[in-house]
Design a protein around this ligand. Sequence first.
Ligand SMILES: *Cc1c(COP(=O)(O)O)cnc(C)c1O
Length: 807
Amino acid sequence: MTKELFLEELQKALYQVSGKDIKDASDRELYIGLGTLLKENIGKNFSGRNKLYRDEHVKQVFYLSMEFLTGTFTKKNLQYLGLYDIAKEAFAELNRPLEKILDEEEDPGLGNGGLGRLAVAFLDSLASLKMPGHGYGLRYEKGLFKQVIYENKQLELPDDWVHNANIWEFKREDESYEVQIGGRIDISGFRNKLIFTHVDYDRVKAVPYDIPMLGYKNNAVNYLRLWSAESYEDIDFREFAKGNFQASFKNIIKAKTITQFLYPEDSNIEGKKLRLKQEYFLVSASIQDLVKKYKDEGLPLADFYKYRVIHINDTHPVLAIPELMRVLIDENYMEWEDAWEITTKTFGFTNHTILSEAMERWNIDLFKEILPRIWMIIEEINHRYIYFLKNEKGIAEGEMLDKLSIISDGQVRMVNLAIAGSFSVNGVAELHTNILKEKVLNDFYNVYPEKFNNKTNGIVHRRWLLNANSELSSFIQKLIGDEFISNPLALEGLLQYTDDSNVLKELANIKHHNKERLVKYVYDTQGIKLSPYSIFDIHIKRIHEYKRQLLNILHIMYLYERLKQNPNLDIVPRTFIFGGKAAPGYHTAKEVIRLINSVANVINSDLTIKDKLKVVFIENYNISNAEILFPAADISEQISTTTKEASGTGNMKFMMNGAITLATLDGANVEISGEVGEDNIIIFGLKSHEVYEYYENGNYNALDIYNSDKELKSVVDKLISKDSITGYETFGELYDLLTKYNDTYFVLKDFDSYRLAHERINDLYRDFHRWNRMSLINIAKSGIFSSDNTIKKYAEEIWNIKPIGNR
Ligand SMILES: *Cc1c(COP(=O)(O)O)cnc(C)c1O
């Protein structure tokens, strides 16, 4: 497409959108016009690609996830279509900078963090590798809340993203399904068969909205189908006529509630009725859709697993397993044994966490009430599964059998169901998978060793390198060509420059420019002035005790104290940057946010040390500001309590942008360390076996450490002593967790080693050559963490799907 043609098409789109001449259109209208133009371009490939999959009966994967943290689409799609430069020129000619038009788009907040982002990374890589794979999720009307910091505390504001003109969806009302919730089951007999009839249930209409997922410059278009819950019923006019307006809307509201909001917890949502309805709503609509489209291809149901593979992102969508059983048995009259064989050959399952509070369980009573038929099916699955364990695996009645059981203690255990009903169970980093096999899911591993495998997470290098850090990627192209764009492992070609001082100098320049960009963002959004000459030390991720933002801020308090005592202390100036949301109900995490901001206020306004220390909390961490943060980092804080972070993907984004990782040997940090070598990463803290030894022996004593390390004690005491460093605020709960409750996350234990690691950073940073050499090696070794690599492994080792060329 030429610039002229682009402008012509944009004008046509604008006539359609707002009946206006380009010159009179607002930014918003131009943005919607641009979306219309692009959708028209994509539409043909979208339908063609899916027709191809149908006509050739291609095996396809469907990724079910309660979260998809997409980030914005428009810029990415322009790039993937190869239209970015043309669009940029065209808008420049109109005197309307493209970047400003793109600012009209907001991040859909359809995910909490890493799990939701991974789902999107996978869809991106599937399309970019021309593989047939799609996503199913929920179209929450209110995304995750918007975070604002007010008086040092997190406030949660609603995020009305849907009403901000989402140009990227196709609503397909005529492909809606009915999802049945509540009610009871009537059982009758017919020709020696039991017939189960669901009666008195609430009908909820699942309406799909498809978002096209483009491959990178390859014309492949897959989709992400998001379900919206709507009512079959209209306003109740009898109530309306009586003036009972609220009552007249009751049914509509009841149905719509299901996809109103995303649960903002990253764990522990057990017992929330609405959450269970959401989970079932997602899987019921998706499974009905999958089976219908499969049958439309004219293939026999008995072969379902040969053409479809369904992957569940953690246990949240695990009810897809009994739901497929229900559809096969109740709606397609299949025998149990046949249905079970098909089902267990269809599902793959990824576990994302070992935190026991995040292992989903549902009370039986709640379960029966909301999903009576699914409950019956799970009971039967469990019945047969227990029989199998006893008779084929020789497991006797007792504790072990009870641990393996899907139903126990009045609860349905979702992990157990997922393992029993899937052919593959994977962890998300080597250490995590080993912990699953040897500790957390060891009993299951002994029963089904063949199901367990590792697939280390990955990130979209196109977004986090090409798009977020265009200056760095242009420089890389100048050095080693553009092969790394399609084959990220080719980044290793950079290793030939590890001692080229001109290259290292340029690398440092680029980092400096990216830091300046962040300095501007922080100034524009929060009015704080930062110096790009200081070390940018960045800790961005959900706020959680195991991620240990507390360790970081305590160390900052310690540094500040030292500076107060000795203003001439010889340290490289530091800027500590935090970002991340806390679940609104997670009080401890919110206290950590309050502590960070209280300390930041004091430090940033202290003129006696001001050039040596700054602390910033970035409000509302999301994909869009993440794209400014990762490229600007010198230090990547990956300091979770060892064994607790399953993989992490933030760590990979930092590495790819040349930051040096400061880390515990947890999650994928272990693999990062293996890639770059010990000299190019800064490791501290307990090792996983040490953590497990403490657990097994119960001999960790936080008070011993507190009492023996004077400087540490003095910092911890400031949490309750109305000290100036906290702005005279107190943090009794945090103090108690560290001292009275024996510091579950080993913050005190790791403090000293963390402090020494920071001293090492101070020395390393002063060696310009050494530092930038480390940075270069990190970039060079980051290609393996591209989600393209991850997806190739899923495709070959789990899904058995292949790239499909265009016809
Ligand atoms: C990558 C990413 C995450 C995950 O970060 P971790 O450090 O792996 O926890 C969360 N939120 C956003 C916006 C991200 O881009």
